[in-house]
Design a binder for this molecule. Structure first.
Ligand SMILES: [Cu+2]
Length: 569
């Protein structure tokens, strides 16, 4: 941002703060749906107007500058109906370009909202008209694809009601948008990560922890240090910098959703965070998952689920008594939590639980499943040599941007997510997801493709196949309507939620024709994951990690889908 822009931001912020002030500001900024009500507050119909601009946000009494939509963070809920046409005019009042990407919606690529890929972006003072047919139902969201605006508040929920009957009936619903906000500007966060990796990791292992028998044994610790890896480095940006939010409300502000005992309450959970994976539970209430990434799945009952950035899960809970229930979304590194309450009456608050034991990464997260031969990693630093063996992946361009190539990556779709390995209750894993209806494309894949997720945590460099995105990187070509099996191999020790625009991919998880369809798939540290893709949508599509700063640092490419004759040219 230019220096002058700060002055303007500040003035806008001060004016806003003076005009509204304190709790009144918070109340008037929070949209109706975010206050636990549902219904008429949503924007719906054929014509919708949105304005992107500076928003003075208050979190726990402190003011912070945000970028919002229609003066709100999160922005307004858009509610559409399958089969309608949407015409959404977006006006930019910022002093920099903006954009809106409709995350998970199948739209013509010119309406997909990625500057430089699908359209030029929306200049300051301009209005861009998005126009597209609404082809499918489900819970989605929308956000900026310009700079780091998403990290500053430019995100919001989007719900599409089905044209036909709802396959999973419910009596009441609440939208739950999980996110984070920092009092530090995103560019400053990025700068600190570049200069001091692990800057926000306040949970490093200590001598006291070692002596107490917590964390890693000494031999492992010496080995990890030799490889310049930190097993507590789970999320790049932690609770040290972030306040975690439910519908824009901090844990203290306690977002509350109401219910009447016995009702089936549908929660549309959206992870709109820029850098945070959440582990979500509602102690005392079983959670029935009925939809993943907007696509219906066979109901599966769990006690906790992990939701990566950009994923959505629709769940149904059924509180049968007059009690209050805590909605707890813990950051996967255990550094903080987002919190809200489900209650039979307004004004009731559940207790905020303490954080659980912080997770520590294992050899499996480094792409070495040594469960069968524990002695092999006795830890003398010797196996650091094997961390960069390119024979495992000849297509990866090795260099400073590649710190390791997973020596023995295994499919981890059946594994619990980071932080949930040992919790004593039922946890959703990807292999639990079974599509309600069979795949629209029964053909077997005609070719397969492997893409490596690479990085150097020491330098905060990220990419695909060893390359940071630039104009020089070749796009990934698909022939229109071809069916391809794609395997993503994670050569890093971080989770990467990978998002392909314009398509649903079918996660290969053992359920054949009922493989779940997703727009975002989280590839676990050191592991791999496979999906089938029918390249049915012509055009240029963004393909990237949804950790915003990973994308910003280069884990991004363009997928092109072309008819055969043009692909050959
Ligand atoms: Cu990533």
């Amino acid at each position: 941002m230019r220096p002058g822009a700060h002055i303007i931001d500040r003035r806008v912020l001060l004016r806003g703060a003076t005009a509204l002030g304190g709790a009144a500001a918070l109340a008037s900024l929070a949209p109706g749906w975010a206050r636990g009500q549902s219904g008429p507050q949503a924007l719906s119909g054929e014509e919708i107007s949105l304005t992107v601009g500076h928003v003075p946000l208050r979190i726990d009494g402190r003011s912070v500058h945000a970028v919002g939509v229609n003066g709100q963070v999160p922005g307004p809920l858009i509610r559409l109906k399958e089969g309608q046409t949407a015409r959404i005019a977006v006006t930019n009042t910022l002093d920099e370009d903006t954009s809106i990407h409709w995350h998970g919606l199948l739209v013509p690529f010119q309406m997909d909202g990625v500057p430089g890929v699908s359209f030029p972006g929306i200049k300051p003072g301009e209005t861009f008209l998005y126009e597209f047919p609404v082809r499918h139902a489900g819970t989605y969201w929308y956000h900026s694809h310009s700079g780091l605006q998403e990290m500053m508040g430019h995100y919001a929920p989007l719900v599409i009601d089905p044209a036909g009957p709802e396959p999973h009936p419910y009596d009441r619903e609440h939208v739950i948008v999980l996110s984070e906000h920092s009092f530090m500007h995103p560019h400053e966060i990025m700068r600190r990560l570049k200069t001091a990796p692990g800057y926000f990791n306040r949970q490093k292992q200590t001598i006291a922890g070692l002596l107490a028998g917590e964390d890693q044994p000494l031999a492992d610790r010496v080995a990890w240090a030799g490889m310049r890896m930190d097993p507590t480095d789970i999320l790049d940006v932690s609770g040290a910098a972030y306040t975690y939010l439910v519908n824009g409300a901090s844990p203290r502000a306690n977002w509350t959703g109401l219910f009447r005992p016995g009702e089936r309450v549908r929660l549309r959970i959206i992870n709109a965070a820029a850098m945070t994976i959440f582990n979500l539970r509602i102690p005392g209430l079983p959670i029935t998952v009925v939809q993943a990434d907007g696509q219906d799945v066979r109901p599966v009952e769990v006690d906790e689920l992990q939701i990566a950035n950009a994923e959505t899960y629709d769940v149904i809970v059924r509180p049968r008594d007059e009690a209050v229930y805590a909605v707890v979304a813990e950051a996967a590194d255990g550094s903080g939590l987002a919190f809200g309450t489900l209650a039979p009456r307004a004004g009731m608050a559940a207790a905020i639980p303490p954080l659980r034991k912080r997770p520590v990464l294992t050899m499996k997260d480094m792409g070495m499943d040594m469960s069968a031969s524990h002695g092999a990693h006795g830890g003398h630093g010797g196996h650091s040599m094997s961390m960069l063996n390119p024979s495992n992946a000849p297509q990866v361009k090795t260099g400073p941007g590649v710190q390791m190539i997973s020596p023995m990556p295994v499919d981890r779709t059946g594994d619990r997510g980071t932080g949930l390995e040992d919790v004593p209750h039922r946890v959703l894993v990807y292999t639990d997801l079974v599509a309600l209806t069979p795949s629209p494309d029964p053909r077997p894949p005609s070719r397969s493709l492997e893409i490596h997720l690479t990085g150097n945590m020491e330098r905060f460099m990220w990419g695909f196949d060893g390359e940071k995105f630039s104009a020089l990187v070749d796009p990934i070509p698909f022939r229109l309507d071809e069916r391809v099996r794609v395997t993503l191999v994670n050569d890093t020790m971080m989770n990467h939620p990978i998002h392909l625009h314009g398509h649903f991919v079918e996660l290969v998880n053992g359920h054949g024709a009922h493989q779940p369809r997703k727009h975002t798939v989280n590839v676990k540290p050191g592991g791999k994951l496979t999906f089938d893709l029918t390249a049915s949508e012509p055009g240029d599509w963004a393909f990237h990690c949804h950790m915003l700063l990973h994308m910003h640092a280069g884990m991004f490419n363009v997928v092109t889908v072309r008819p055969m004759e043009r692909a050959a040219a």
